[in-house]
Each structure stands twice: as C-alpha cells, then as structure tokens.
Design a protein around this ligand. Structure first.
Ligand code: TYD
Ligand code: MG
Length: 448
C-alpha cells in the first residue's frame, strides 16, 4: 500500500505546527486557526549528498551586489539604500492603507532605469489602468499582468526578463499542485517558496504584498515573515493622517529607517517637513504637550493631548488613541503615587495627533505632563518640547537620540526642550534636564 501523504496542521495566527487537528491552537490559544498543510519535505527520500562547494565571503559579495534605486529617497532609505537584486521583499499593511498605490508609484519610478513587471491578482488590468492614469504612470518599461497562478508567475520570473517583479497580493495567488483555497497557509507558504526560488535563481528582485489582520500580524502566516529577506510595514490611519512605511526586518540594511507619506489625489507623496505639518493646527491649551519622538532615525514633533474629567459613574474610564492603554494605566498609577495629583476619580483620555502610533518609552514624560496640565487646567510655563522615559519610582530616564530631538525642537522655533540628564553633560541653555517627575511638574507647572 502506498504511504499516505503526511499532513500537518499549521496555526495561521502563530505558525505553530501540530500533528493532529484541534479546535484551538495549543501555542497561542486562538480558536479555529489550524489549517491543513501537505508536508512536502517528508515525501523526499534521503539520497547520498555531495560535499558543499564553498567560497570566501568577499568573493560571494562581488557577484550579486546590485541595488535597484528609485531616486525617491523616502523609498530607497527604507529598503536600505535600494532594493537588492534577487531579494524577496514583503510589504504588509491593512486593506485600503495604500499598498497598491505605493507600489505602482515605486514601479513607475524604478521603470525609468529598470524593467519592471506588476502582477495583480486583485484588480483587473482596466482598474489598474485607471489608477495608473491618475498617478501619471506611463513608463514603457513597466509591464502589467493579471494572474493568480503562482506557477505562471514563477516561470515568468525565471525567464529573467525583468529586474523587478511585484506581486499584489500573495493572498490571492495559488499553486496548481495544492488543492486548498487561495489565502490558506499552505497556499501562501508554498507560493512564496515557489516565487522565492525563481527570484533567487534568476537574480530578480521580488516585492510581495501581504494583507494584515486587525491585530496587526501578517495575515494568515506569521511564517511568511521569516521566509522573506525584507519586511516593510505600511502603517497609519486609513482615513487621512500620515502613512508610515517602516522596515520591520531587513537582511540588507537597518530596521531603523522609516518613510513618512501623505495620501493625496495623486497618490502617496513624501512629507517634506512632517513636524511642521503635525503642529500646524495646534492650539495652546491645557492638556496639550509637544513630544519629540523618533520615527526611525528621524526626529518628529507630535502633539500629545490629554483630557481629564471627573468620573460620573463609579469606575473611572481610561482610553487612548495612538498609544498602548496599558502604558497609560501604568503612568497614571505612577503619577498617583509619586506626585500630588489625584486621579483615582478622574476619567482620562489620551490622543496622539495625526494618526501617529507611539511605541517608544520616550513618550512617557510628555504623557505625564499632558495628564498633569489637563488635571490642573494649566499650561506649561514655556513653549517647550518634552521627551524622556519615566520609571515607576518617578525617575526620568535616558533615551536615545537626544541631540536629534533637541535640534528638531530648535528648528521649529520652540523656547526650550525638557528631557533626561545627558550622559555627556549639558552646556546648552536651550535644553533643561530633569531627574524626576515630581520636581519637573513643580518647575514647569507651578507649585501645588
Ligand atoms: P490602495 O492602494 O488600493 O490600498 P491597498 O492596496 O493597501 O488595499 O488604496 C488606498 C486608498 O487610497 C483608497 O481607498 C483610495 C485612496 N487613494 C487616494 O486617495 N489617492 C490616489 O491617488 C489613489 C490611487 C488612491
Ligand atoms: Mg491593493
């Protein structure tokens, strides 16, 4: 009797593998996420192997060191000064955030110098045509195809007629040999493997589009993230605000880079001076504090707003937009204990302007000061920019890139910057270093 194809079950949320199906993933606890996958490797028989051919690191470098540059600085820096030939790049983002728009623009920019193919499995050629017309895309070197068959796309890549192939999106393509529906874990992983092999063998750069689920993980397979060389995430508010293209993983460059764009009627445009744009409509009022945050290696000034109201029903409400609510709860608890603010019967709302999501701890001090000014209906005494991490003892802690943050505050005409004590000592009168939250509030808000 022929050996039955072995089957394994892969969780579409966390990528955990199990031998049997169950309703709940044993690893991440999500319900109904296990999907059947053919275990291709187990069908292979062991054959006598050959000794590996080796080479020195430097000789391997010389061959394939071409980077495709688009001359749009914002794109190129995020990729790490251009897209590496033969690399597989994944651009992930929520539906409707602007991935297809971004890639069509990128394809247009690259087609000035290279041969580019844009394969869409989501839209018809006519629909892409309409979009292309709107974006002013008309390069002869840019070819368009619609297909959802991974095998066909891989053959096209192998023919080596293009420098860059874009596949929009990986969730819509499927391999002929696999029965499950497009978008399932086995389709996504096997299609990616097929396309990757073709790209590496022919030296064609490949960009895949991947949709993310609402929790923010790359939809279906987390497994996709480690199968590719570069993962870029397009984030931001779907309706208005800035869109930020951030490198999450990059085998060829730094993950410290980010590009800031705005959606206009002619597609995504890089924002020249994002801090000024974010502060343009600011009104000096209580609860409003300007934070100097970092977006990649660039400083960005954003307004942090807090609203503190007396609770009308027994239990105080805490809500946050643009920042993790757990962090807010932690800071509120710290403020209650370390300062004289009484927040236990107050509703607290925090809002970060411009669709920006703050993830760095350097936002702590600005949030604390916003809550303090809102709760006392006061404003900061001076026109200041604030940054610094705050610990549970109320101490203000060191953060990276202090110089860049100060420089940005100066550039935008602020009177001073408030932040942690610098390790090198500080001689600049513009910068005022603080040690703990209580004395900071006393100094900059007036004594209680
Ligand atoms: P799209 O790029 O199709 O998003 P995704 O591929 O990530 O699903 O489009 C995003 C939104 O951008 C869409 O709702 C319409 C809008 N848009 C503009 O505002 N201006 C434009 O020039 C284009 C092409 C789209
Ligand atoms: Mg799209």
């Amino acid at each position: 009797m022929a050996k039955k194809d072995s089957v394994r079950y892969v969780c579409s949320n966390c990528g955990a593998v199990s031998a049997t199906w169950s309703g709940r993933c044993y690893n991440c606890g999500e319900w109904n996420t296990l999907q059947e996958q053919l275990d291709v490797a187990s069908k292979m028989t062991h054959q006598k192997g050959h000794t590996l051919a080796t080479q020195t690191v430097t000789s391997s470098l010389a061959k394939d060191h071409k980077r495709l540059t688009s001359s749009i600085e914002e794109f190129d820096t995020v990729f790490g000064s251009g897209i590496v030939a033969g690399s597989v790049n994944l651009i992930a983002g929520q539906p409707g955030i602007g991935k297809s728009t971004l890639l069509l623009q990128l394809a247009h920019a690259l087609a000035k110098k290279y041969k580019v193919l844009y394969v869409s499995g989501e839209e018809s050629a006519h629909q892409i045509g309409i979009r292309a017309e709107r974006l002013g895309v008309n390069q002869k070197n840019l070819q368009l195809a619609t297909s959802t068959v991974a095998d066909d796309i891989a053959s096209t890549i192998s023919a080596n007629a293009y420098d860059l192939v874009i596949v929009d999106s990986i969730q819509t393509v499927s391999c002929n040999d696999i029965a499950s529906a497009a978008g399932s874990v086995s389709q996504i992983t096997n299609s990616t493997a097929l396309l990757t092999a073709a790209a590496k063998q022919s030296g064609t750069a490949l960009i895949l589009v991947g949709h993310v689920t609402k929790e923010g993980s790359i939809a279906g397979p987390k497994v996709l993230e480690h199968a590719v060389d570069v993962v870029l995430q397009l984030e931001g508010d779907r309706y208005g605000g800035f869109k930020i293209l951030r490198a999450v993983k990059n085998r060829y460059g730094s993950t410290n880079e980010a590009g800031i764009f705005e959606m206009t009627d002619t597609g995504l445009q890089p924002v020249a001076n994002p801090s000024a744009a974010l502060l343009a409509e600011r009104q000096a009022s209580d609860g409003s504090v300007v934070l100097a945050t970092m977006e990649g290696t660039r400083p960005l000034l954003v307004e942090v707003q807090a609203l503190v109201n007396r609770t009308s029903y027994g239990y105080p409400k805490r809500a946050a937009s643009g920042i993790d609510l757990n962090r807010i709860n932690l800071l509120v608890a710290m403020l209650e204990r370390r300062t004289k603010l009484n927040l236990s019967d107050q509703d607290i709302y925090i809002n970060i302007i411009g669709g920006i999501r703050l993830t760095e701890p350097a936002a702590d001090l600005a949030i604390c000061m916003a809550i303090a000014t809102a709760s006392r209906s006061m404003q900061l005494k001076q026109n200041a920019v604030v940054f610094g991490e705050v610990g549970l003892s109320g101490e203000v802690r060191h953060v990276p890139f202090i110089d860049k943050r100060i420089a940005e505050a100066k550039k935008l005409g602020f009177d001073l910057a408030i932040g942690p004590v610098t390790r090198t000592g500080n001689k600049d009168r513009f910068y005022q270093s603080v040690r703990d939250i209580r004395s900071t509030l006393n100094t900059y808000l007036g004594k209680d």
